[in-house]
Unconditional design. Structure first.
Length: 622
């Protein structure tokens, strides 16, 4: 990579940050060290083939003061997030941090352990559990609790237990209501697009260093190992629900529609400890994650935090979450949870106040200022979510993408719009000249806008492409937000080199295996290439032999429709298992296991219009 130094305007911005933020408050550094038992040395995890899937040691450069190429606040956050090892939260509860993007927490019971969240990959989960057992004994896993339906909290399940142990009743899998539905649908329906964008968001393919990836704010990055899923054996449905696992009482609080569609908090009376899942971490979280997802509800989020304070605040001595480090002491815990609550409530309420005064999403985001008390609290800084894109998410949640201005109702798509702007400017060279002027003046946002148009007209224009990469790099250097920095650097990396595709894929086979038959058929419908299927008129039956279920399926007008036990003639009957059907839509139409009765050309026609998607689609180029 041909990295450039930070510009004078970025250096001045960083100097101002040192003056405006409370760098003298070092309590977080004390908290990240508290309870350290052991480190994982080296903190490098490989898979069975010897390929590195996690390398926390690559962040060893995070020492001393921030370089000019990293926002000093993000540098501080990355130093904290990279602190790794086995830590005691309280006697009986232990955390493994810095061995993946997320944390694994282990609660000791009468005869074994309860594992809370299993990290993203089986390899990192196994390494974390091994570190715990090395120092706390080879205790048996009795239960696994998934706090919510995001892959970095359930994906490492096969590093902790097996399907056979769960099927035998030796290990319980506990999760909130709706867990499987949301865990699977989020990683399958739009999974290809989300995973590709997540490559930009987390920067897993980027080089590490002061001019490269320094962390994603919520954690350092995502591991790239095996992602798995085992369906829950115990589903939590109501707030106040109590369960005793291996002699440990657990009191649950439902929190759906917050950081994840399916999420819950829970309290351990014996240890006076509260798990807040991912709803209270040491940063501002996302209301709409940059990788893409359903917009989250900050109003409900704040309400559930208020409820947690009321239910647990006066009986909690330690609060921990699925990311970052714990907080101890009732007074500090209530302050922390209250600041988190106020942050989401203020974002929600004040954004709608702006909206009702006629502000568009971009205008509201630009004008929005958080209260001074929250600006000065380290745990509310925008390292992962940002005020800017969260405000826009709230507007999207309530009003959608259209801002009401008719001129913006039907604009040209990016490539056509770019050509018109470039023509107006008198050609691409004039656009690049104007962008260079903006770059030299420190107006990197305008330079990026101009160069976006230039590259969408001619992605091979060397000067436009080079300056665009330099511009995104400066925007990265100036970003306090870890995911913004990763996005900017990812764009610069691909402009200067090759497309790095999708390093981590959460739509793994064991995740797909949890699809219901209806969800499998929905997934097929999403993959149909509509225009190429317009003239097809197919009717066929699918007999799922392992589930004893039959569906009549039609494909007409490019739309695949199914009905269980539907009546009507069919030209073909497919008899196969659900897993073989998954393989079929994945492109395997020749292996054994598919029995056909009727016109076999129907299957050929169906397969011919299934679009597998593209996990390396272009983002910063047309």
């Amino acid at each position: 990579m041909n990295h450039k130094p930070a510009s004078p305007s970025i250096e001045a911005q960083h100097a101002a940050a040192y003056d405006s933020l409370p760098f003298g408050d070092t309590r977080d550094f004390d908290d990240t060290e508290r309870g350290l038992i052991a480190e994982l040395t080296p903190n490098v995890v490989t898979n069975g083939a010897g390929t590195v899937v996690w390398d926390n040691d690559s962040y060893a450069f995070l020492q001393g003061d921030a370089p000019t190429t990293v926002h000093p606040s993000l540098w501080r956050q990355s130093q904290l997030s990279a602190r790794a090892g086995l830590f005691k939260v309280v006697e009986g509860i232990y955390q493994l941090r810095g061995i993946d993007l997320s944390n694994m927490t282990i609660v000791e019971g009468d005869t074994g352990i309860i594992v809370i969240d299993t990290l993203l990959s089986a390899e990192t989960a196994a390494a974390a559990l091994a570190l715990y057992r090395e120092h706390r004994g080879d205790r048996k896993v009795h239960a696994v609790i998934h706090t919510h339906s995001h892959a970095d909290h359930f994906g490492g399940i096969f590093g902790v237990t097996s399907q056979a142990e769960v099927d035998a009743g030796d290990v319980q899998i506990i999760a909130p209501s709706g867990f499987v539905e949301h865990a699977v649908s989020e990683n399958v329906y739009a999974g290809t697009a989300m995973n590709r964008r997540a490559a930009y968001m987390y920067g897993a393919a980027l080089e590490r260093g002061p001019q490269g990836q320094v962390g994603a704010g919520l954690g350092q990055t995502i591991s790239t190992g095996e992602v798995g899923l085992i369906a829950p054996t115990l589903t939590i449905k109501t707030t106040g629900e109590m369960h005793t696992i291996d002699g440990i009482d657990i009191e649950f609080q439902m929190a759906p529609g917050t950081e994840a569609p399916s999420e819950m908090h829970f309290y351990f009376p014996k240890y006076r400890a509260l798990c807040m899942a991912e709803n209270a971490t040491h940063n501002l979280h996302n209301l709409l994650t940059l990788r893409g997802a359903v917009v989250r509800d900050p109003h409900e989020w704040a309400q559930y935090l208020t409820e947690a304070i009321a239910r647990f605040g006066d009986r909690t001595d330690a609060v921990f979450a699925s990311h970052h480090w714990p907080t101890w002491g009732q007074e500090r815990i209530v302050e922390f949870l209250s600041q988190q609550r106020d942050m989401y409530a203020y974002l929600h309420d004040q954004t709608l106040r702006f909206v009702n005064r006629g502000y568009t999403a971009a205008e509201a985001a630009e004008a929005f200022v958080m209260p001074p008390a929250l600006e000065q609290a380290w745990n509310t800084r925008g390292y992962y979510g940002s005020v800017n894109h969260n405000v826009k998410a709230i507007v999207q949640r309530y009003l959608g993408w259209f801002d009401g201005n008719p001129a913006r109702l039907w604009p040209h798509p990016p490539a056509e719009l770019a050509q018109r702007y470039v023509d107006l400017a008198g050609g691409i060279d004039n656009v690049v000249t104007a962008a260079q002027t903006a770059f030299d003046a420190g107006d990197f946002r305008w330079a990026a806008t101009l160069l976006d148009h230039a590259v969408f007209v001619d992605e091979h224009h060397h000067a436009a492409r080079a300056l665009y990469a330099d511009t995104l790099e400066q925007l990265a250097y100036g970003s306090e937000n870890g995911t913004w920095r990763d996005f900017f650097l990812s764009g610069a990396t691909e402009l200067r080199g090759a497309n790095f595709g999708t390093p981590t894929k959460t739509n793994a086979p064991s995740v797909l295996a949890q699809l219901t038959p209806e969800m499998v058929l929905d997934a097929i419908a999403i993959k149909i290439d509509g225009p190429n299927a317009w003239d097809l008129d197919l009717a066929f039956a699918i007999d799922l032999t392992d589930l004893d279920r039959r569906f009549r399926v039609t494909l007409r007008n490019g739309v695949l429709v199914y009905l269980e036990d539907g009546e009507g003639e069919v030209d073909l009957t497919l008899s196969l298992t659900k897993l073989r059907l998954l393989a079929l839509i994945g492109g395997d139409s020749t292996s054994e296991g598919v029995n056909m009765t009727g016109d076999e050309s129907v299957l050929q026609k169906l397969v011919s219009v299934i679009d597998p998607g593209d996990d390396s689609f272009a983002i910063v180029t047309p």
